[in-house]
Design a protein around this ligand. Structure first.
Ligand SMILES: [Zn+2]
Length: 243
């Protein structure tokens, strides 16, 4: 295992780990979107429940008022017959009073219905709007869930496929070097750095001239004194672009 070969193995390992990390971040992001959608769906459900209860109570009240009106209309018919049958002025007056009284009761209930309709109009509109929102969010959620499930499946397949590949790369590294790689990766997110001009391309700090000189002379694996990442020399043409 020459140092150059170890450097190549480190680079392959770092590239693979970066790719998996990016996939996992993307996945977490997608799951965040999914959770946000579920959250807004829950809020819409709660609002719908409250508004529907309001509308339901109003509908019940409205029905009761209509029933009252129907009963009173029958009573009005009855009073009218009484009026037609009345023979004395006293009977006529009584029937007319009764009729007027009933008509007033009907008007009161009609007014009550109008008031009720006016009061609940905005709630009914709100229910329609919320139902439309609910439908839209549900559809978006269903589409996203399918999409994200496909991504999870793909990621898992990729991991399985690469797991074997990763193990093969790890075998090409001295155990001490691999343990160091994993330790740094755990702390920093990525473990390898390169220098082409005397600075570490990860932390941008200048390396001690002596260290840089040694790194340039022959293939050598060291650690950056500033960020502790595993560092080696790379000629400008082979230096990897890092983010
Ligand atoms: Zn560094």
């Amino acid at each position: 295992m020459s140092t150059s070969e170890q450097i190549r193995a480190l680079e392959e390992l770092a590239a693979m780990d970066a790719e998996v990390k990016a996939l996992e971040e993307k996945l977490a992001e997608e799951r965040g979107v999914l959770n946000a959608l579920k959250e807004s769906l829950k809020r819409l459900d709660e609002r719908l429940q409250i508004d529907r209860a309001t509308v339901g109570a109003a509908d019940k009240q409205r029905n009761d008022l209509h029933l009252d009106i129907r009963t009173m209309t029958q009573q009005i018919e009855h009073s009218r017959e009484k009026l037609n049958r009345s023979r004395t002025e006293r009977e006529t007056n009584a029937a007319q009073r009764e009729l007027e009284e009933l008509r007033k009761l009907v008007r009161d209930r009609e007014d009550e219905i109008t008031r009720l309709d006016g009061d609940t109009a905005s709630v009914r509109t709100a229910v329609e709007t919320t139902e439309a929102d609910h439908k839209r969010v549900s559809e978006e959620l269903a589409a996203k869930e399918g999409d994200i499930q496909a991504k999870v499946t793909q990621l898992e397949a990729d991991r399985t496929e690469r797991g074997g590949g990763r193990d093969a790369i790890v075998k090409r590294l001295p155990p001490v070097l691999y343990r160091r790689y994993e330790m740094i990766r755990g702390r920093r997110g990525n473990a390898i750095a390169q220098t082409t001009d005397g600075t570490c391309n990860r932390c941008n700090m200048a390396l001690p001239p002596q260290l840089y000189h040694r790194l340039r002379r022959e293939p050598l694996i060291e650690q950056c004194p500033s960020c502790n990442r595993i560092i080696y020399f790379a000629a400008t043409t082979e230096a990897k672009k890092v983010d």
